[in-house]
Write a protein that binds this ligand. Sequence first.
Ligand SMILES: [Zn+2]
Length: 100
Amino acid sequence: MPTPTRITPVRENLCLEITWTDQTAQVPFRVIREQCPCAHCVHEITGERLLDPATLPADLHIVDMQLVGNYALKIFWSDGHDTGLFTWEALAKLSLPHSD
Ligand SMILES: [Zn+2]
């Protein structure tokens, strides 16, 4: 599984910059937030996406981040949401177009 070597929020671009071994990608905050896998955003049984992207603030950004073990990142969003864990696998899918 790929592991990012560096993860930096770039507030002026509203993007999360993710550096992998051989490439760097900037993924818009909203794209990441819309893929939040937590139980508030995705129905645990049906997999239905419960989050309506239209409800996200236009200036949505990352307030804080926390490593979870060595496999995921917990993101604290400016809209108060902080229950989603983004695994390296999930971040790779969003930032490395050829990873799947
Ligand atoms: Zn969520």
